[in-house]
Design a protein around this ligand. Structure first.
Ligand code: DOR
Length: 450
């Protein structure tokens, strides 16, 4: 059967180095031509005039709670939220119950996602103090996740000998949650009882983040191991991650860019997450670091908990916020405020994460790449409301905020998964392919890494 051909006409197409009003031809699952003739024969024509065509977002840090806490989210519900937010690929974290720390547990997630995910998926394998064998065998994972500092769940590797072994004896790229456990525990003990939510940032301090980030980067350098610093939250981590060494990459989350300690007064535990929010100056300087290229990736750390759970007084309240369906709109709103360009957004949210994790065919609009695409109306204004959130947690810390610039149609490998406010029941994603052998993706000049 000949491949289904879709011609997307006259959209402003966000290419790696420019935005060009042109026509894009999709054949089957891939992008077949850019600057195709307007008259090109196609089975389906999408009129893109007045709209912007971007690569689908690759969110390399989400928590979808399956197995174990599917009352908060599961792979299916998380993927529906992704589709509506313009996220065409997610990479999910291992702190589920049971944890994804064995090849069998990881395979279970891939099998489950093959049945239920509307968008493309990959799953990290989690490190423990004694599972190096599994880390070596999980060839199909995008990478290894280490919690250097505890968070939701019980995955923690803090002991130096165990960390050395992981960096020395494994080959998959590593990413880490960096908050120093000793510092966090000391701060917690010093504050005593009667804590308020704002104490979360006095416990999980900038210093705690810095110590763990420095420690992990030192290990990556020592063992020449690819390493990605998740959710940089403080300005003082920036000189560390600005390493200049292509082995080291980093990312920032919208909540660390757009919230600060000042928001505890109105949002309380709704802005409780790990790493904690920091000062308004930190948020400002993180944005500058992103603009300067010192941080390469924007991802969400989507971590849904129910509102009832968040409503328990601190410190019993869980850390984490849902974000996957609003992250692109939050960034498009910044574009409309004149704070960044569309090509920068595509680089931070699509291209850079695809290259950090060596995802074949992802992250950019280019011939031969997968037709993971999102049509965006940069002029559409919409107010975020809890009642319309698709995450099973059904709330957003940005509820009440009106953002300008929203995804209106999402295609996953040429298949429309989101349109007219509806996510298709029939659509399904595919497992990402990680070509770690090719390596050097990240280091390639101008990021042209095919
Ligand atoms: O706030 C957080 N919540 N940070 C994490 O690292 C984990 C996440 C969760 O799984 O709830």
């Amino acid at each position: 059967m000949p491949a289904h051909r879709i011609l997307i006409r006259d959209a402003d197409v966000v290419l790696p180095d420019q935005v060009l009003q042109t026509n894009v031809l999709v054949e089957g699952t891939q992008i077949a031509a850019i600057d195709a003739s307007r008259q090109h024969s196609a089975d389906e024509v999408i009129e893109g005039r007045g709209l912007t065509l971007m690569p689908g977002v690759v969110d390399d840090q989400v928590h979808f709670r399956e197995p174990g806490a599917t009352h908060k989210e599961d792979i299916g519900s998380g993927s529906v939220a992704c589709a509506s937010g313009g996220v065409t690929t997610f990479l999910e974290m291992p702190n589920t119950q049971p944890t994804a720390t064995s090849v069998a547990a990881l395979q279970w997630k891939y099998d489950r996602a093959a049945k239920t995910s509307r968008v493309n998926y990959g799953f990290y394998i989690g490190a423990t103090a004694d599972n190096v064998d599994a880390l070596q065998q999980a060839h199909f994972a995008p990478g290894i996740k280490i919690f250097i500092g505890s968070s939701t769940g019980d995955l923690l590797v803090d002991e130096q000998a165990a960390l050395e072994r992981i960096f020395a004896e494994t080959t998959l790229p590593i990413c880490a949650h960096c908050e120093d456990e000793t510092t966090v525990r000391r701060n917690r003990a010093a504050l005593g009882e009667n804590l308020t939510t704002a104490d979360h940032s006095r416990i999980r301090t900038a210093e705690a983040a810095l110590i763990a980030t420095q420690r992990a980067i030192a290990l990556a350098r020592k063992y020449s191991h690819r390493f990605h610093v998740l959710h940089v939250s403080t300005a003082i981590e920036v000189p560390e991650v600005r390493d200049g060494n292509p082995l080291i990459t980093s990312e920032v989350c919208p909540h660390h860019l757009f919230f600060s300690t000042e928001d505890y007064a109105t949002l309380g535990t709704l802005v409780q997450m790990n790493p904690s929010v920091k000062s308004p100056d930190d948020a400002r300087l993180l944005w500058q670091a992103l603009l300067a290229g010192d941080i390469q990736v924007v991802a969400t750390d989507h971590a849904p908990h129910l509102l009832e759970e968040k409503g328990v007084p601190y410190p019993a309240s869980p850390s984490g916020i849902p974000a996957v369906e609003n992250s692109l709109a939050l960034m498009l709103n910044q574009f409309n405020l004149g704070r960044c360009s569309l090509t920068q957004i595509a680089s931070w949210m699509c291209d850079a994460p695809a290259r950090v994790w060596d995802l074949v065919g992802k992250g950019r609009i280019a011939v031969g790449y997968d037709a993971d695409l999102v049509l965006v109306d940069t002029q559409l204004e919409r107010t975020i409301e809890n009642s319309t959130q698709r995450t099973r947690a059904r709330w957003s810390p940005w509820a009440g905020q009106t953002l300008k610039g929203w995804p209106i149609r999402t295609l996953v490998r040429g298949q429309t998964v989101f349109q007219n406010g509806q996510v298709s029941e029939d659509a399904h994603g595919s497992a990402v392919v990680c070509d770690h052998q090719r390596g050097g993706y990240w280091a390639t000049p101008n990021g042209v890494g095919t």
